[in-house]
Design a protein around this ligand. Structure first.
Ligand SMILES: [Fe+2]
Length: 326
């Protein structure tokens, strides 16, 4: 059986090798995979040079529309980095820890952040903490106006942190740089010498007759100026449609909207395919996922990468200070 946690960044697949391993490891999934809704396990497999010719132009779409669907071939990641990207994606599903803020235990995740210097491409782990056992932690905050879920609104949530192999993954680093390049080319990020790149690894895991939802389960903005979402895998699930709508529809469920209010709806089915949003111009939502075959484990896993500027403050940005007393 393919041990996902044993795949290293130095793994260099021969043509078809990874696909073959994936098929062998997940024979039991074939029944549900045959519906065309699910992905082979073990990451992105071997995507071909030919996919580059199917490219859309995500930076142009992002600038014009406020969002872009980003097929993996449009990321502009050099083929040299694909094995590392495969290894990173393969590491994700089995690495996730239950979300301690989800009482239903239907979500699992890890979070970590980097300080990103676009002039050099340097990514420096940021805000990394460890629990007393040495396990990494990742702290994430969202204001209530962006996530009204009472377990998240204004709460400094502490998740499992990115593992060391993920923090150091060349594949993840290239994905962050690729997303940033799209946002930068689109001109949707405020100018800054450095940016905070937040990385969320999130799985939703439905059980039979118990769909799993992402948080918040309504059209919303995230609060970070730009967020990219990439599919890691779909395993024995239906649902999970993504919806993009106007910011004015924040707080509404896509099902409650007239068709004319939905800008675009799509389902990510191929590993690494994704989309990117200008958070100030559109709202987004992902629908619940359901188990396809109750005899098998089920889940949908994504990696989210968000960017916000790290601006140095001057005196004028700070509260007035009182004069020194003698
Ligand atoms: Fe979101």
């Amino acid at each position: 059986m393919l041990r996902q946690d044993a795949v290293s960044d130095s793994f260099t697949p021969a043509t078809g090798e990874v696909a073959e391993l994936g098929r062998t490891a997940f024979l039991k999934q074939e029944r549900s995979d045959s519906a065309g809704q699910n992905t082979p396990r073990g990451g992105v497999v071997n995507f071909s040079e030919g996919e580059k010719t199917q490219c859309r132009e995500p930076a142009k779409d992002l600038a014009r529309l406020g969002y872009a669907v980003v097929p993996r071939g449009s990321l502009g990641i050099h083929t040299l980095h694909w094995p590392a990207l495969n290894a990173f994606l393969a590491s994700v599903p089995s690495s996730l820890a239950y979300d301690p803020y989800d009482a239903n235990q239907a979500r699992a995740r890890r979070y970590g952040a980097f300080l990103f210097d676009p002039s050099s491409g340097l990514l420096q782990p940021f805000g990394r903490r460890y629990d007393p056992t040495g396990a990494p932690l990742g702290e994430y905050y969202q204001d209530a106006i962006y996530n009204p879920d009472p377990t998240a609104a204004g709460v400094r949530r502490v998740f499992a942190g990115l593992r060391d192999d993920q923090i150091n993954s060349r594949g993840l680093h290239e994905l962050i740089r690729a997303d940033f390049a799209i946002a930068e080319a689109a001109g949707v990020l405020p100018g800054s010498a450095a940016y905070l790149a937040g990385v969320h690894l999130i799985a939703v895991m439905p059980r039979p007759n118990h769909p799993a939802v992402s948080s918040p389960d309504e059209l919303h903005c995230d609060g970070e100026p730009v967020t990219a979402v990439h599919l890691v895998e779909r395993r024995n699930v239906t649902g999970g449609e993504n919806t993009v709508s106007a910011v004015a529809n924040t707080g509404k469920h896509p099902k409650s909207l007239p068709a004319g209010e939905i800008i675009e709806q799509f389902t990510l089915t191929t590993p690494l395919d994704g989309f990117i949003v200008d958070d100030r111009r559109v709202s987004h939502h992902v629908a619940e996922v359901q188990v396809m075959d109750p005899d098998f484990p089920a889940g949908r896993t994504v990696v989210l990468i968000d960017f916000r500027p790290m601006k140095p403050l001057s005196n004028d940005d700070l509260p007035k200070a009182s004069a020194p007393t003698s």
